[in-house]
Design a binder for this molecule. Structure first.
Ligand SMILES: Cc1cc2nc3c(=O)[nH]c(=O)nc-3n(C[C@H](O)[C@H](O)[C@H](O)COP(=O)(O)OP(=O)(O)OC[C@H]3O[C@@H](n4cnc5c(N)ncnc54)[C@H](O)[C@@H]3O)c2cc1C
Length: 505
């Protein structure tokens, strides 16, 4: 074992991935986790006979050739993965299609629905693939030590440079005229938390190709199996994960972090600290007086991505056997993605698009035979009704009658909408839980309940938050630095670990 002690704050996938890479390289690692299980958002809970995945609907990059695959491989994580086919179902006012996993088939489907857009469909898919190709090239170049000057990037990686300097709607609009087709191509915008008019085209292109070319996957046993697999790598290599240890401080001496402390009075000495908590929380642990003012100001100005309102339903019937198709159904009552986003950020749950995921057939065992585990989700704001009726007082908020009323009403709104698609839904419910942005905060301390870290705008993608904090032995891992989504969080943990290993290993 190397004579280096690393403390990782948080056992979300970002923290676990960092810890697993460090432990495997022989570094003595302690992970301190607020919750009682590993995974952050990548965890499950049980109600009655049902098991619910808190978050994961579809994992990208997990198939051979995908960008997550080699990371799992190098850690010896070998989970059975189901490739989702159909990839998803898209339901708009007058369009309801099953999107095949095979991109050639999907392209043919789009061309038959929109014959006048045939050339645009082909050129757009080509453009998306070129962005993905350029980013792959850029990544390989960097790994091999080639770092072109910023002025050389447009010539060397033209599609990447172009896409990362504009919004998705700008790129999309240069190929597709029909507003309905533009919405269809943008169905996955909810995976990125910003509508086409604001999200980075580069990021959208990467996500789109990752799912539509590489595939969407669901691991056997769900996201909890994934996070447990990472946790196992940590403990197998003599690392430890201490649960119910909420970090409240990082001790800094002479400009260097020397220990991490928890609310329960634990102090763990550290040569290196990697934080899976948000940058603002990590700054709070450090004390802002240890950091340059400009850094503190910049991080405080970061806008968190949206949060979620989620209904977890155990049904006494098997809706898949009744003909309900698709693991995940995107339901939107409008082709106007800006109006949809506006509904989401204003807590207009009657109009914001929603996702209905039936896990029963992708993850056998999550519901008893003849029953269904169903999840209904919409993006939701932290600040709704003055932070869900609490006025920011989160102590014992679950007993606050105003919070309970708002949460109940929001849940009922989604249920009524889903009932129109699944008749008899409300009469079939055996168990039900509603999770709000405050629930996200309670279990995972996510800043503003955000699910993707910082908003993934063009500017934020051009200048990302560095995993290196201004304190030389403190690093960040997770969605805030690596981008939203489970695969990206895992990738960011690997990046943080590699930096640590290059300095201390
Ligand atoms: C409902 C929902 C659906 C989603 N669907 C998908 C999907 O289908 N596909 C996909 O790829 N992504 C999905 N996501 C997004 C994805 O889950 C996240 O982007 C990703 O898991 C973030 O990982 P992370 O490691 O950055 O953070 P987190 O998962 O938030 O983990 C952070 C960890 O740090 C711990 N922590 C924080 N502060 C402290 C502290 N002070 N002391 C100790 N521990 C601390 C937390 O308890 C937590 O365990 C979804 C998210 C939600 C909520």
């Amino acid at each position: 074992m190397l004579d280096v002690k690393a403390v990782v704050i948080g056992a979300g996938l970002g923290g676990l991935s960092a810890a697993a890479h460090l432990a495997r390289a022989g570094i003595d690692v302690t992970v301190l986790e607020h919750h009682s299980v590993p995974g952050g958002y990548a965890h499950e809970f049980k109600r009655g006979d049902f098991r619910f995945d808190v978050a994961l609907h579809a994992l990208d990059g997990a198939g051979p050739g995908g960008w997550l695959y080699p990371i799992l491989d190098e850690l010896g994580i070998d989970l059975a993965m189901t490739r989702l086919d159909p990839l998803y179902r898209a339901r708009y006012p007058d369009i309801d299609i099953l999107v095949p996993a095979d991109l050639t088939e999907y392209r043919a489907q789009l061309e038959s629905l929109f014959p006048l857009e045939r050339e645009g469909i082909r050129s757009l898919i080509g453009a998306l693939r070129r962005v993905s190709h350029d980013v792959g090239l850029y990544t390989v170049d960097r790994r091999q030590g080639t770092r072109p000057a910023p002025s050389e990037i447009p010539a060397r990686y033209p599609a990447m440079a172009n896409a990362f300097s504009r919004t998705w709607s700008e790129l999309l609009g240069s190929h597709i005229g029909d507003a309905r087709l533009r919405a269809l191509f943008s169905t996955l915008w909810g995976y990125l938390g910003l509508p086409p008019s604001r999200v980075s085209a580069g990021l959208f292109a990467l996500a789109w190709t990752s799912y539509h070319v590489g595939g969407g996957y669901y691991p056997a046993g769900g996201s909890q199996a994934l996070s447990r697999a990472f946790a196992d790598v940590v403990t197998r290599h003599a690392g430890e994960i201490l649960y119910r240890q909420t970090v409240n401080g990082i001790t800094v001496r002479d400009g260097t972090a020397v220990a991490v402390t928890t609310e329960r009075g634990l102090t763990v000495d550290a040569d290196v600290v990697i934080s899976n908590a948000s940058p603002v929380d990590t700054m709070r642990f450090l004390g802002t007086d240890t950091l340059p003012d400009h850094y503190v100001e910049r991080r405080r100005a970061d806008v968190p991505s949206l949060s979620t309102l989620v209904l977890y339903l155990g049904l006494d019937r098997d809706i898949g056997a009744e003909g309900w198709k698709g693991h995940e159904v995107f339901v939107s009552d409008t082709f106007d993605t800006d109006a949809d986003y506006k509904a989401a950020i204003s807590g207009d749950f009657a109009n914001a698009s929603m996702v209905i995921a039936d896990y029963t057939h992708t993850d056998p065992g999550c519901a008893p035979a003849g029953k269904s585990a169903l999840v209904i989700l919409t993006l939701a704001p932290w600040g709704y009704a003055d932070t869900w009726g609490t006025h920011g007082d989160l102590d014992g908020y679950r007993r606050n009658p105003r919070y309970r009323a708002l949460k109940g009403a929001a849940g009922q709104t989604l249920l009524r909408r889903a009932e129109r698609l699944i008749p008899g839904l409300q009469d079939s419910i055996e168990v039900m839980e509603v999770a709000t942005p405050l629930t996200n905060h309670r279990y995972g301390l996510a800043t503003h309940g955000s699910i993707y870290g910082r908003e993934q705008t063009v500017d934020n993608l051009l200048v990302r938050i560095s995993p290196k904090m201004p304190i030389p032995n403190v690093f960040l891992a997770g969605a805030w630095v690596g981008g939203g989504g489970m695969s990206a969080a895992i990738g960011s943990g690997r990046t943080a670990a590699k930096i640590v290993l290059s300095r201390f290993g």
